[in-house]
Design a protein around this ligand. Structure first.
Ligand SMILES: [Zn+2]
Length: 282
């Protein structure tokens, strides 16, 4: 799967080079004395680390193939974004409704035939229909990242970009007009799909049933869902998501962890909300 090398790693190289140069100027030896008591092991590769972090978040899946599909799709995110969401406590659940899985109470919208993914912010659980681990997974994971970053989409920058894009019709998909949070999820999804991967992803979506939609509607819905198309269509949104994934995630200011609720915890939570006269809907 294609992914962008996180900027921090790129920045580390000149820093280390400068440190080594300083050490040399100070006359320090750069020789390493070999010993047989300490053999440093090679650091795990970025891809290995991503796979480990993503698998840690998967709480339920019908099988290894489904797990690997989640790893492949989410590896488009920088490692740091994956680590932040994992530390926030988000869990991912993949459902196979054709083979006996039932819709959990905390993800009721998955009951609709055309809904392939959902994220319950209160329960902090991301649910996915096994038939499509493609655009919907990138979209729902962006909601989890948004939550882990203290609702980044609620900042004036994101609200302004959403308002401008929605009112001038410069959105990668109509659904992005909904509100700043959906806007952030949509532009993040587009940003993570390179132009040359778009057709393959649309083909895969069609092959998996096109969310039960008419094929032409499906193609129309996703025709602009790639990084370069986003940049042409909505430069402000592109700049904001570039800042989010290349800068903001390394700056801290994270939300307090909110461990994903179990089914029992969710029921207790909604009953308490009802008792207070508040409706808790995902
Ligand atoms: Zn959404």
């Amino acid at each position: 799967m294609p992914y962008t090398v996180p900027v921090m790693e790129v920045r580390m190289a000149p820093f280390l080079t400068a440190a080594a140069a300083t050490a040399r100027m100070a006359g320090a030896s750069t020789e390493v004395t070999p010993t047989d008591t300490f053999v440093p092991s090679a650091p795990p590769s970025d891809a290995t680390e991503k796979s480990r972090v993503i698998r840690e978040m998967i709480r339920k899946a019908p099988g290894e193939q489904a797990r690997q599909s989640v790893v492949d799709a989410l590896s488009a995110y920088p490692l740091k974004a994956l680590e932040i969401v994992n530390a926030y406590g988000t869990k991912i659940e993949v459902f196979d409704f054709q083979n006996g899985d039932t819709v959990p109470e905390y993800l009721p919208t998955l009951a609709y035939g055309n809904v392939m993914g959902a994220y319950n912010t209160k329960a902090n659980v991301l649910g996915l229909d096994v038939r499509d681990a493609n655009f919907p997974l990138l979209h729902e994971f962006a909601h989890a990242l948004d939550a882990a970053l203290n609702e980044e989409s609620a900042t004036p920058e994101w609200k302004g970009a959403h308002s401008l894009a929605a009112n001038t019709n410069r959105v990668v998909r109509d659904y992005a007009k909904q509100d700043p949070s959906e806007y952030l999820a949509e532009v993040t999804t587009a940003y993570l799909v390179p132009d040359d991967a778009l057709y393959g992803r649309i083909e895969a979506g069609l092959a998996s049933g096109a969310h039960g939609m008419d094929e032409r509607d499906y193609m129309r819905m996703y025709q602009s869902m790639s990084k370069e198309r986003l940049e042409r269509l909505d430069p402000d949104g592109h700049a904001l998501v570039a800042d989010l994934l290349e800068q903001r995630i390394y700056e801290g200011n994270l939300a307090n962890p909110q461990p994903a609720m179990t089914a029992e915890q969710w029921i207790a939570f909604t009953e308490a909300q009802h008792a207070k006269g508040e409706l808790a809907l995902p």
